[in-house]
Design a protein around this ligand. Structure first.
Ligand code: OXD
Ligand code: MN
Length: 588
């Protein structure tokens, strides 16, 4: 054990004053003890052991069901280093406003010390974290989501000073006394007042994205909100594709996609479904690892059609949070297969019937499940060097404007697509749902520093990579005049992945594309819209680039980019100008 870890734990316990301190080793025996404790005090409910062996339900405080972005802070010394898209608090203010909330916060509770790795034990890209928490629910989730316990203690034993401390306390769970604070300069995390995944499992958003993005800036790599999948083609070749999509926009479903063309040899393998750490390899390609060991997925909408692999994965050893249950303690959520049950217990523990007029499961209810239970887990998911990326997808949720898929002209243009992407908000964060907001690289809530500098870093990484991946924009969510989704999505997204693969395999000589002012768009024929039964009019809408919509889009992008002042890289400004030029009618 690094003595600095012990010193930090001592220091924290002098302030938080727990009744007991427990160092977690990650063993089954330890986990069983914690589960028994939580079942006996009502934190967990054991689910039907026949249908869902070793599965549990947790009902959270109804005020604590999603990430709270307005209570999430980057505490850099200078406000400009947090940038216009982050909430900023100075480290001194954090000391005065947040630290006192930890005083005696663990009195009457046990403090768990959770050493963990982000990344496989044998990867050179793996990093160490230590979370102290007064929530056994957090410990049980961290055990699924990370390599936790002895394996991390062993690494710390070497005396490594390179670990990230994360202090977490449930506090009183009041949003009035809730802060998720990140100190990029000292690489420290404080979280108080929430037990919700993204706020409390500190390895995930706080470390693997916010703190890691600043490490990546300093060390020349990228920490991204991306799935990683391997697309197997009939010749047995696997093309690796990463995809950045905002929360609750289908990353898990795409990463675990069940191919409708499996009998023809097209198949998807999952490497990761939420986070990618990307390094420039010695061969000039970008190589990605998934730093996580489990999936913290959105339950509603998951079913045998949309994600049969997830349904199999969550059928054992999983923790469900804020879903509904049936009389026989099976789980249920909106969008589950089969008829809606006539009676349920809803996510808050109240009797529910279809006449109740409320959602039985919370729209952001979740499952936590080990990656190893995924039937399509890639055999390369723990490769120490990661997997080589051939393509990156940027995807938003857009009812209009953005076509199903298009390819950028080059890396710089692709970075511009990422920098200007937008999406309608979802239930993964508190606040209004369905509002279009700019969400660059799906990192708006997760970038630990000034986004202008972040884009400069992306441009720089591309320059260092001799063969960077091709960049695409996708949008599964385009609607028709009646507000219905045009694209069937889910397994049929395979059609888009196939086109992406063909484009990257053929390189610059790729055909089957139409050059438009925004990028290269496929033809409906190559995607096969007719086989899907889509009308010609719907197919046109799916691939249309409407000049007026795009002029409005470019205007809105401009307003957003302006916010970055002199931190906006010139290349992004030039890309925006070039888009406007391509959209303008040719002058005569
Ligand atoms: C998540 C999120 O939980 O993005 O992955 O909110
Ligand atoms: Mn996410």
């Amino acid at each position: 054990m690094s003595s600095s870890v012990e010193e930090w734990v001592d220091e924290v316990s002098r302030t938080t004053r727990p009744d007991h301190v427990v160092w977690c080793d990650g063993t089954d025996a330890e986990n069983d003890r914690l589960i028994d404790l939580m079942v006996s005090d009502g934190t967990l409910l054991r689910l039907n052991d026949q249908k869902l062996p070793n599965c549990f339900l947790h009902r959270s405080n109804p005020q604590d069901v999603a990430r709270t972005e307005h209570l999430t802070f980057i505490c850099s010394e200078q406000a400009e280093d947090a940038g216009p898209t982050n909430n900023w608090m100075s480290p001194q203010d954090a000391q005065e406003r947040i630290w006192p909330l930890f005083k005696n916060s663990m009195h009457g509770r046990t403090m768990y010390v959770v050493p963990y790795l982000m990344g496989a034990a044998n990867s050179p890209y793996t990093k160490i974290g230590v979370e102290v928490t007064d929530s056994p629910y957090v410990v049980a989730n961290m055990r699924i989501m990370t390599r936790m316990g002895q394996v991390a203690l062993d690494r710390l034993k070497t005396g490594s000073a390179d670990w990230v401390p994360g202090l977490h306390s449930l506090g009183d769970l009041s949003p009035d006394r809730r802060f998720i604070a990140h100190f990029p300069e000292t690489r420290t995390i404080w979280s108080v007042g929430s037990g919700y995944g993204g706020n409390a499992l500190l390895g995930k958003k706080c470390y693997a994205l916010r703190i890691a993005s600043t490490m990546g800036r300093d060390q020349g790599w990228l920490a991204e909100h991306m799935l990683i999948l391997g697309l197997e083609s009939p010749d047995g070749d696997v093309t690796y594709i990463a995809g950045a999509f905002p929360s609750a926009c289908g990353k898990t479903n795409l990463a675990m996609l069940k191919s409708p063309f499996e009998s023809d040899g097209w198949k998807v393998w999952t490497v990761g479904e939420d986070i990618a750490w990307i390094n420039v390899g010695p061969d000039g390609r970008l190589w990605a690892i998934n730093p996580e060991a489990g999936y913290f997925g959105v339950a509603p909408g998951t079913n045998r059609k949309t994600n049969p692999n997830a349904m199999d994965a969550v059928s054992q050893n999983s923790i469900f949070t804020n879903v509904a249950i049936t009389d026989d303690r099976d789980v249920w959520w909106e969008g589950m297969d089969g008829p809606v049950p006539q009676r349920l217990i809803d996510w808050q523990g109240n009797p529910w019937t279809p006449a109740s007029g409320t959602k039985a499961a919370h729209p952001n209810s979740r499952f936590t499940t080990p990656a190893t239970q995924n039937p399509v887990l890639s055999t390369h998911w723990e490769d120490p060097q990661g997997v080589p990326l051939s393509a990156i997808l940027f995807g938003g949720r857009r009812a209009r404007t953005v076509p199903l898929v298009y390819k950028s002209f080059d890396w710089e243009h692709g970075v511009f697509l990422g920098a200007t992407m937008a999406s309608e908000t979802t239930a993964a964060a508190t606040g209004a749902v369905g509002v279009v907001r700019r969400d660059p690289m799906a990192m708006l809530p997760f970038c630990g520093y000034n986004m202008g500098d972040y884009w400069a870093h992306w441009l720089e990484v591309g320059k260092r990579a001799a063969s960077p991946p091709a960049i695409f924009q996708v949008n599964w969510f385009r609607t028709d005049d009646q507000g219905q989704y045009i694209w069937p999505g889910f397994g049929e997204n395979m059609r888009v992945l196939r086109w992406v693969r063909d484009q990257v395999r053929a390189g610059n000589g790729a055909s089957d594309g139409r050059e438009t002012p925004v990028g290269i768009v496929p033809t409906p024929e190559v995607i096969g819209t007719r086989d899907l039964g889509l009308s010609a009019a719907d197919a046109d809408t799916l691939f249309e680039i409407d000049r007026d919509d795009w002029l409005r889009e470019a205007e809105d992008q401009h307003a957003f980019l302006q916010k970055f002042g002199d931190r906006l890289p010139a290349a992004i400004r030039e890309q925006h100008q070039a888009l406007q030029d391509r959209l303008s009618p040719v002058a005569v």
